[in-house]
Every structure is written in C-alpha cells, then in structure tokens.
Design a protein around this ligand. Structure first.
Ligand code: APR
Length: 262
C-alpha cells in the first residue's frame, strides 16, 4: 500500500517496531492519557474514561475555561480526586522504556498531552507538556503564582482556592479547552525533524496536538488499543497501527532491543 505498512498477516509487530527503532536516529514520542492508565490514572475517552462518566453535565466541561469561570467548583471537585490519584502513582513500563530510549540518545523529546508528570518521574528530561501541568498555579485576576506544594495546601483547604492578595480564583497551569496550548512551535519542529514518530495512548481527537503527526516526514507508529481518529493522519507516511496494550507491547519490543532499566 502506498505510504503505509501493509497489514502483514501473522507478523510480529514488536519485532517490526524494534527494527524501526534500531534504524532510527531521531525518535519523538507524542503521548496521551492511555499511556498512564496502567499506572491507575483514568483516560478520557477509553472504556473507563472520565468522559464516559454520568456527571449530570457534559464531562468535557471539566476542562472548559468558560465553565470554569462560571463554576470553578465543578473542576476542583474532579481536580482533588485526580491529585489524590497522583499521590501513589509510579511510571509504567512504557514511561521507563522511553526514558531509557532518551538516555541512549535515540529519543530526542516527548510531547505529552498528559499533566501527570509520569514521564519526568521515569527520568525523561526533554518533556513538553503541551496541555500544561500541575507544577504551578496562578490567580486569574492578579497573576500571583503558587508552586506545587503551596497550591496543594490551598486546593485541599478551600472548595475553590482564592488569592489571598485580591480574592481572585486560583487556576492550575493546565490548558483548558478554549486556551492556547504550550510549546506548540517547539513540538512542531521536533516532529518535523524526527525520522520516527511514536503516538502512544492517544485517541488523536484534540487539536492542535492531534495535528502534529501530519508534520511527520519519517515513519509513524501508533500504539492504542482503542479507537484512534485517523482523519488528521498523513496518508503518504508509512504508518503502523498497533492495537495492543501499551506496556505489554513495549515489553515485547524491548525483548528485541534489550534496553536495561527497571
Ligand atoms: N494500552 C493501549 N491503549 C490504551 C490503554 C492501554 N493500556 N489505555 C487507554 N488506551 C487508549 C484508549 O482506548 C484511548 O483510545 O488510549 C486512548 C486515550 O485517548 P483519550 O482518553 O482521548 O486521551 P488523549 O488522546 O490523551 O486526550 C487528549 O483530551 O480532554 C482532553 O486535555 C485532555 O489531554 C487530553 C486530550
């Protein structure tokens, strides 16, 4: 098939992926929430995803900036639950695999849609949190900022944390729907320059992150056991779709590569 890996019957996808990694010199990972489900953090659109919950309102409003300004308590109820989950989590096998790939010089960077910091916890250094993160919070009126520890105290002591200087609502540095994403230009440059792009654990429905693979000029390997939106994918780039569990798959890949971590 022009531009795509053929559906090779009975092939060993892990072996093919391992061979592509061995050939590549400039690998980039675009990760999504599916990367962290085996760590105990629910994704959004998977079978047990947050957006499948019956919350009485559209769950996507959790991260809607207009709804946040109207009723911040809806977001903070979810955010406290999320932060509790973060307390005991550890990076998954796949997080550690990609950290090891960066350490051995093959992986140039990670563009993550996730805010759980598991890539950094696994030892990855060049991580771009395109949807922001929880490292700092700020007052939406006077812009006073708080670091992670300080903001945790506020989040768990007030239903809606408010600024002690002006009384404004405090918001974590997470990108909500309707806000500009972060590191977009750097991310686009990384993808353009890579010879192998991994898209792991993402449904590829939220732009502009979902548009990044169309900038790829090498090969693309997608690992997602659920539904991947293919409408933004380039048709002229060899693309391998692996519909398996992420951690099981990368354990099989590493069987053929032998990276030493754990
Ligand atoms: N192995 C393989 N695939 C998995 C696993 C797993 N262990 N766990 C989940 N998945 C798949 C799900 O089936 C789903 O298709 O990963 C995909 C995750 O997709 P989403 O939940 O849509 O997550 P993501 O693509 O990161 O969402 C993008 O949406 O709401 C916004 O800001 C939020 O960053 C998020 C953005």
């Amino acid at each position: 098939m022009e531009g795509c890996f053929e559906k090779i019957p009975n092939c060993n996808l892990a072996q093919i992926c391992a061979d592509e990694i061995k050939k590549a010199n400039n690998i980039v990972l675009l990760s999504g929430a599916g990367m962290s489900t085996n760590a105990g953090i629910p994704d959004f659109r998977g079978p047990n995803g947050i957006y499948r919950r019956q919350l009485g309102v559209n769950p996507e409003r959790i991260f809607d900036i207009d709804y946040f300004l109207e009723d911040p308590s809806f977001f903070y109820k979810f955010h406290r639950e999320f932060l509790q989950t973060l307390k005991n989590i550890k990076p998954t096998y796949a997080h550690k695999f990609f950290a090891a790939l960066e350490k051995n010089g093959k992986l140039k960077g990670i563009i993550t849609q996730n805010i759980d910091s598991l890539h950094q916890m696994a030892g990855s250094k060049n991580v771009m949190e395109i949807h922001g993160g929880i490292w700092k919070s700020f007052c939406i009126d006077c812009n006073k900022t708080w670091d992670y520890e300080e903001s945790m105290k506020l989040v768990f002591s007030q239903e809606v944390p408010r600024c002690d200087r002006c009384g404004g609502i405090i918001k974590p540095d997470i990108v909500f729907f309707g806000e500009m994403v972060k590191h977009l230009e750097e991310s686009q440059k990384l993808v353009k320059e890579c010879d192998l792009l991994f898209v792991v654990g993402s449904s590829l429905v939220v732009t502009p992150a979902a548009l990044l693979p169309r900038l790829a000029r090498g090969k693309i390997i997608i690992v997602n056991k659920g539904e991947t939106n293919k409408s933004y994918l380039p048709s002229n780039i060899p693309t391998l779709h692996v519909e398996q569990d992420i951690d099981e798959f990368f354990k099989a890949v590493n069987y053929h590569i032998g990276l030493d971590f754990e």
